[in-house]
Ligand binder design. Sequence first.
Ligand code: PLP
Length: 436
Amino acid sequence: MIPNHWYNIVPDLPAPPPPPLHPATREPVGPDDLAPLFPMELIAQEVSTERFVAIPQEVLDVYRLWRPTPLLRARRLEKSLGTPARIYYKYEGGSPAGSHKPNTAVPQAYYNAREGVRKLTTETGAGQWGSSLAFACAQFGLECEVWMVRASYDQKPYRRSLMQVYGATVHASPSPVTSSGAKILADDPGSTGSLGIAISEAVEVAAAGDDVRYALGSVLNHVLMHQTVIGEEALQQLEEMPDVIIGCTGGGSNFGGLVFPFLREKLAGKINPTIRAVEPDACPSFTRGVYAYDFGDTAGFTPLLKMHTLGHDFVPDPIHAGGLRYHGMSPLLSHMYELGMFEAVSRSQSECFEAGVRFARTEGIVPAPEPTHALAETIAEALRCKETGEAKVILTALCGHGHFDLAAYDRYLSGAMEDFSLPQERIDEALTGLPG
Ligand SMILES: *Cc1c(COP(=O)(O)O)cnc(C)c1O
């Protein structure tokens, strides 16, 4: 069954997360500061202290196109590994855009449309968020304008086509159509872009228009809350409770969406799973970033967010998991990580693709490059179980399919895939740009 509520973990935490700050006053931002960017209902959800928020009927009607999503046991993968572990995955690739992102795109478009907004702007990395928002805007009659990180725009032309099929306008970012994009291009005409730059461009255009708002596909509290439909369904579907839950983290939304309902049960003392986030070696905000107030974007238009960050000037190497190329991390998850509520590890690009190919050959689904991070860690955990003989129950989120990512698989299969090392000096340099 599709849950009829989203779960808000904030009131269940032992301490509330630090608030976003206004960059000029350094005071907590209020609803008025956010009103040029977001509709009132989403601003209210962002700071809500209600444990459950009802999902509107209009949103449930669209969710029904692909929800509830399947929870599957990876028996063939288990067999190929020879592990006593039992591996379950929640598959979000059956949505129209092929990932978990429509779970939040649909309510965001719905609330904006209800409040009279004409157009939504956004950024997209690999194109998964942009295509999800473009689909959601088409459902509710909104225009959609997307800034797509140049590296992905060039690597994944069909994600751009998909957005255009749904009716969106798409720019490669950095673009000459905004002043923040033009400024980057002036310094570096060949810039491959980053999510931070693309956010600046989308925010700039939203802030300038009366009936234009901005939509973010991850990071914020309301986004993670919308994704809890994943974990709520998994809780209903599982016949045995997990010992280990593993998810990939870019901005944290599929991970938060999967694990928050399980953390609720853990905080209530009913279950005790180990929970683990997996990020790329090339963009390790939990494992090598600092916990500090920083901007969510490169130009410094957003409020200051207390989060694990590599610095808003950090431009990650162009790994194929475009959705994980973000300098920061959800402030809510960052706070929970500081509280010791879950662990984090990082993985290299080639070991992730190796896991993706193994998964495709056993389970049949070609994973998006992002969840191959979770799969690489899941396989490593299952192999540890093989050594110790433990029959652990492992749950992971297969948060998207890789049908638009076959060029990346081509590179892996032909031996041309690179692993990027990330020298400490590059992190240190980007961190010098943190707001004092
Ligand atoms: C966007 C995306 C991610 C990364 O974003 P999160 O907010 O961390 O989930 C991961 N996987 C897929 C398939 C995505 O589309």
